[in-house]
Design a protein around this ligand. Structure first.
Ligand code: BG6
Length: 470
């Protein structure tokens, strides 16, 4: 198998506004849902100063330049641009992102900008969050402001980051606000509403004739039956439908296929729920599916599924104490451990085969896709800092095995044009705080100094040679 990456392949690094910027109260920024959540009494960690990217972006982009990182995923904080979510634009917010984007370009680090990475304005969260369809129009208005302000220079746009995480973590697993559990019908409704917002913003962008491309970032979770039993295979199909297939259909087919709807219908029936749609939603889906330029695919892990008709139960391992996770949904399936597959300390199975299989599945089931960027992949690890050195060999091994899986898929004809490691520098993890590190660059949170990890040197070599290095 070829070890070379295609010509022009992007070796990027990924960030998200809330996880890196800090400065949550500076320069007129308004509150988002996470500010309220992190400031609740008893909260385990604070969002300020995160990785202080708001002030240190020049230094961080210099590091990108020096380490061969030629693309960066950033997201825009909605409430820096519109402190109330709507209404008056905050000039300081526009200035900040203008300077950031200009600096990216100056350093030869192409910006890939996500409009929404979990940080919904607080007033909308309190008014029903993404269950309230009013938010769809608000999002499109906000998107328009961003396209007008930055669309001359930003050539890669994503509407949303991981709609599934918003739905699953907020309404099923309960580890994102509003911390509800097992509200499966609500989660499906939120997925649908987010797909409508995505479709409308995408069509708006296309109507503006700007010089760039637009897509969406989905987290694709591999789903593997734990045995060949038909009931375990069915559990796999159900979990795949709610996590992956439902929204991929909307984005790339422009409608939900009959098979997908049969699976989603079964889940809804078992959970006594219904899905509310409007006829125009499907016109919006169809228009956007005909124009989408790329899929941003986040891939970290896969789940091994077993049929489950017991009560739903969940325990989120948010401390890195191995072997503590539990996730079983009545009528869908239980995610169980596979003794042949190692896991991270946070119980995420390390399964590069799933990356390959998901890439192949896109090419097979959605042949109108144009290209894929791996918009996130990386390993959460308890890095240790010794004498100025960070030896993160397990992370190098993880990333290298996933890159191998990507190269295999490319070899088999899947069009993958870039890889953005999660994360560029250590960042705030939404539900795990600061001890779950992912960065190429270590952040000493005492003084915010950056230190390249062993993986940063390895990544640079790979970017320089354009091939996978041992
Ligand atoms: C993705 C998100 O789900 O995974 C990131 O887009 C997130 O924002 C990353 O940080 C890793 O998740 P976690 O929970 O380990 O921080």
């Amino acid at each position: 198998m070829a070890k070379k990456f295609p010509q022009g392949f992007i070796f990027g690094g990924a960030t998200a506004a809330y996880q890196v910027e800090g400065a949550t109260c500076e320069d007129g920024r308004g509150p988002c849902v996470w500010d309220e959540y992190m400031n609740r009494p008893g909260s385990r960690f604070q969002a300020d100063p995160a990785s202080d990217f708001y002030h240190q972006y020049k230094n961080d982009l210099q590091l990108c330049h020096d380490f061969g990182v030629n693309g960066i995923r950033i997201s825009i904080s909605w409430t820096r641009i519109l402190p109330d979510g709507e209404g008056k634009v905050n000039p300081a917010g526009i200035d900040y992102y203008n300077s950031l984007i200009d600096e990216c370009i100056r350093q030869g680090v192409e910006p890939f900008v996500t409009l929404h990475h979990f940080d919904t304005p607080l007033p909308y969260f309190q008014d029903g969050h993404w269950l309230n369809r009013k938010l769809i129009d608000k999002f499109v208005d906000y998107a328009k402001i961003c396209f007008e302000a930055f669309g001359d220079r930003v050539k890669k746009w994503a509407t949303f980051n991981e709609p599934w995480s918003i739905a699953q973590n907020g309404y099923i697993a309960g580890n994102f606000p509003p911390n509800e559990t097992f509200q499966i019908a609500k989660a499906i409704q939120i997925e649908h509403n987010l797909m409508v917002a995505h479709a409308r913003a995408l069509s708006l962008y296309k109507s503006m004739n700007l010089p760039g491309e637009i897509g969406i970032v989905h987290t694709l979770e591999g789903k593997v039956p734990i045995s060949d039993k038909p009931e375990d295979r069915h559990a796999r199909d159900l979990d795949d439908a709610i996590s992956n297939r439902f929204m991929l259909d909307a984005c790339f087919l422009g409608h939900y296929s009959d098979e997908t709807m049969a699976l989603i219908g079964e889940i809804l029936e078992k959970n006594h729920g219904t899905l509310v749609t409007e006829p125009s939603d499907f016109e919006d889906f169809s228009a956007a599916a005909g124009q989408i330029d790329f899929l941003g695919m986040n891939y970290y892990s896969s789940h091994f599924l077993q049929a489950w008709d017991g009560e739903s139960k969940v325990f989120n391992n948010s401390t890195g104490e191995k072997g503590t996770s539990v996730f079983a949904l009545k009528g869908i399936g239980a995610r169980v451990s596979n003794p042949d597959v190692p896991t991270t300390d946070w119980d995420w199975p390390i399964y590069p085969q799933g990356m390959h299989d998901q890439l192949r599945r896109i090419a097979r089931d959605y042949p109108n896709y144009k290209k894929i960027y791996i918009s996130e992949n990386g390993m959460g690890y308890k890095d240790t800092f010794e004498n100025g050195r960070i030896d993160d060999t397990p992370r190098i091994d993880y990333v290298s095995r996933h890159l191998e899986a990507i190269l295999q898929a490319i070899d088999e004809g899947v069009n993958v044009q870039g890889y953005y490691i999660w994360s560029l520098m250590d960042v705030l993890s939404w539900s795990n705080g600061y001890n779950k590190r992912y960065g190429l660059f270590y952040v000493d949170y005492k003084d915010q100094k950056r230190y390249p990890k062993k993986s940063a040197y390895w990544y640079r070599l790979m970017a320089q040679r354009g091939e996978l290095v041992p």
